[in-house]
Write a new protein. Structure first.
Length: 474
């Protein structure tokens, strides 16, 4: 006969038992730990916000240590928002990279359904890598803006960190390293010229070939340019002697100064002070011209900018230019209809990234200038379609020529993907971005300038996620 304990044990095995109650002390500890974690995350987020505002408004007060801390915060955010490219990697010279061409050749051999899935995965990896390429450039620019003489070895380390996470190929990686070298070379040239010619008028004559009188010009040294401030007459003289200057209303940038002993010539900007009535306006013009200098002297070839279709509308499928992206070149020659369509989709995704960057610049310019007073935010919310997708006569419709290519009207894939990506996806991203910055201003109680500062270094597609993170931390 079984004893009582054996019977009770058998009953416990058969009869469902209520769940064991956790020790109240253990639960309190878990709750306390969760609260501590939330508080810690909120503190970290607020630290990031404060450092970012300081970087934008009070750069001189930001210590090198705090700037490095901010970069590390932002790199971790980038890894969270844009997961690293995992999976297939090939190794060359101990560098692991994502093999686009090899992947395409592999996918071609797959059965149709496996090919479809593999193409979706490939497009996702390419999209993440493109975002990483853009963000790597942003990180380098921020370092140079923080300190024009930022240590070169640290810039190279940033490139390597992105390469390791997102599998940049050799061309992509070395384009960044080459860009850093170009920056350094241009920086050294302007410093050497300033050091040799202490007199402003003599320096201007040296780099432009135009003799000017003392007192008619003022000179400062930019990151990669000699910046000349002068009157309308002198600005006109310099402009007439310049080689392919890039102009704005109140100034211009010239990448090709006179031949001098320091190398290929010194780049310079000219600001027409007769057209500018405030220091703030002068700074805005100079910032604009420095942006031209970065694009022309350093980043011009980084992403094949000159070869992009949307720039001139003259993309020739039968003779793809050598500096077009790898996707374009592959699309032009591809025969497999499934792969060809996937490559076209990837090409369009490249195009909207450039268009979104231009749209971001325009949105922030509208907000900075407070163009419509108290109705500026409402204008952006109500009119962005008309502003950025208005068709024939709107020069802010950056994708118009690509959408309306005459020779592609009978191409069903072109028409389908044009509607899907160049209109619907593009419009959706812009709508959500405007909603996000509006929320940051109204609910977050940040000023327009503060909101721009917090978002300016983020791709516009990431604005909603970034804003949510900031508001959750308040």
């Amino acid at each position: 006969m079984k004893d009582y304990l054996s019977i009770e044990k058998s009953a416990q095995e058969v009869i469902p038992q209520p769940p064991k109650q956790k020790d109240p002390l253990t639960m309190k500890g878990a709750i306390r730990s969760a609260k501590d974690s939330l508080v810690s995350l909120a503190k970290e987020q607020n630290t990031k916000i404060n450092l970012r505002l300081k970087e934008y408004f009070f750069k001189k007060d930001l210590t090198p240590e705090d700037f490095e801390k901010l970069l590390e915060f932002d790199f971790q955010d980038e890894l969270n928002d844009n997961p690293p490219v995992e999976g297939t990697r090939w190794e060359r010279h101990h560098i692991k990279f994502f093999p686009f061409s090899i992947e395409i050749d592999r996918i071609k051999k797959l059965p149709r359904e496996e090919k479809r899935i593999a193409l979706e995965e490939l497009k996702d990896k390419l999209a993440r890598q493109r975002k990483a390429l853009a963000m790597c450039r942003v990180f380098l620019e921020r370092c140079i803006e923080f300190n024009n003489d930022y240590p070169l070895e640290k810039l190279h380390i940033i490139v390597n960190k992105f390469q390791e996470s997102y599998g940049f190929n050799d061309d992509q990686k070395w384009s960044f390293h080459d860009a850093i070298s170009k920056y350094s070379n241009n920086r050294q040239k302007v410093l050497a010229a300033r050091n040799e010619f202490q007199n402003d008028a003599e320096l201007v004559k040296h780099i432009t070939g135009i003799p000017v009188k003392d007192g008619t010009v003022r000179v400062s040294v930019g990151p990669m340019t000699i910046d000349i401030y002068t009157d309308t007459f002198t600005a006109g003289q310099i402009f007439d002697r310049s080689i392919e200057p890039v102009t704005t209303v109140s100034g211009f940038f010239n990448a090709n100064g006179q031949d001098i002993p320091f190398g290929d010539g010194i780049a310079f900007t000219v600001v027409n002070t007769d057209n500018i009535k405030s220091d703030k306006a002068t700074a805005a013009v100079l910032e604009h011209e420095h942006e031209h200098s970065k694009n022309h002297l350093v980043f011009k070839e980084l992403f094949g900018i000159d070869g992009r279709y949307a720039k001139n509308g003259k993309w020739d499928e039968k003779n793809p230019q050598k500096d077009l992206s790898e996707e374009y070149v592959k699309y032009a020659s591809e025969k497999d209809p499934d792969i060809k369509k996937a490559l076209l989709e990837s090409c369009f995704e490249v195009e909207i990234q450039y268009a979104l960057e231009s749209a971001k610049d325009e949105i922030t310019a509208i907000l900075k200038g407070n163009m419509y007073g108290e109705d500026t935010l409402s204008f952006l919310q109500d009119n962005f379609n008309g502003y950025f997708l208005n068709g024939e006569h709107n020069h802010y419709d950056y994708l118009r020529e690509l959408r309306n290519r005459e020779d592609q009207k009978d191409n069903p894939d072109w028409q389908e993907l044009s509607r899907k990506i160049l209109i619907d996806e593009y419009a959706s991203i812009l709508t959500k971005a405007v909603e996000a910055i509006t929320l940051l201003i109204k609910q977050g109680k940040y000023s327009i300038q503060e909101s721009i500062a917090l978002l300016t270094d983020k791709p516009i597609v990431e604005w909603p996620k970034t804003v949510k993170r900031m508001l959750d931390a308040k």
